[in-house]
Design a protein around this ligand. Structure first.
Ligand code: 3PG
Length: 213
């Protein structure tokens, strides 16, 4: 199987924004996920950048109704398998290494791999991919750059991530080759540390409403 798009697209297109989460303390995982889902954001990317990440995925999977968990920052096949075993519904990587792409080919759990150039995008098309993360979006050239890829590469849809915020998200969401955006701005570290779940729900709701703009 190549990328399982029929599993991936309903998850990432359920809302315009996929929160990118860096969770230090597993005790905050469930209330954080509930706060985001309450604001309408249901596809949550839990990055494997903290020792607690896999436990966080397991906890959210067990306790938060309506959440679809993506494991982010997948760099190798071992992390891929651990994240799938923890209950991830999709996986996200910052780039598209041949080893990771070969490993993902055998999995029903879809991978959303990162690209930043036309050549990397062509590699994914050759591998049968229909969706990718555009990373790091703002640093690589932002919405005008991604717009320029739409005409020559119509077969690939993107989730721009990296430097995306409430201010610039709409410039991406209005492009024909964008299916959603990703960003950490909806879950600021300070609000997580303070347990300010109401503030996070407010940020999530604002992000959810981008769809209509
Ligand atoms: C990612 O992990 O995909 C990005 O680092 C998120 O970028 P942001 O923090 O600029 O939203």
């Amino acid at each position: 199987m190549t990328q399982n798009l029929s599993a991936l697209l309903p998850i990432v297109k359920a809302a315009p924004v996929v929160p990118v989460l860096i969770i230090e303390d597993v005790k905050t995982a469930v209330p954080l996920a509930r706060a985001l889902v309450a604001g309408g954001l249901t596809a949550l990317e839990v990055t494997l950048r903290t020792p607690a990440a896999l436990d966080c995925i397991r906890a959210i999977k067990a306790e938060v109704e309506g959440a679809n968990i993506g494991a982010g920052t997948i760099l190798n096949p071992k992390q891929f398998d651990e994240a799938v075993a923890a209950g991830s519904s999709f996986l996200v990587s910052p780039g598209a290494s041949p080893k990771l792409i070969a490993h993902a080919a055998g999995s029903p759990v879809p991978l959303l791999p990162g690209v930043a150039t036309a050549g990397e995008a062509m590699f994914l098309l050759e591998e049968g991919y229909g969706a990718a993360k555009f990373f790091p979006a703002e640093q690589a050239g932002g919405a005008p750059y991604l717009k320029a890829l739409a005409s020559p590469l119509p077969g690939l849809m993107f989730c721009p991530t990296g430097g995306v915020s409430l201010k610039n998200a709409q410039s991406y969401l209005s492009l024909p080759n964008v299916m959603c955006v990703g960003g950490s701005w909806v879950a600021p570290a300070a609000a997580i540390a303070a347990g300010d779940w109401a503030a996070i729900t407010t940020l999530a709701r604002e992000a959810f409403e981008l769809r209509a703009a």
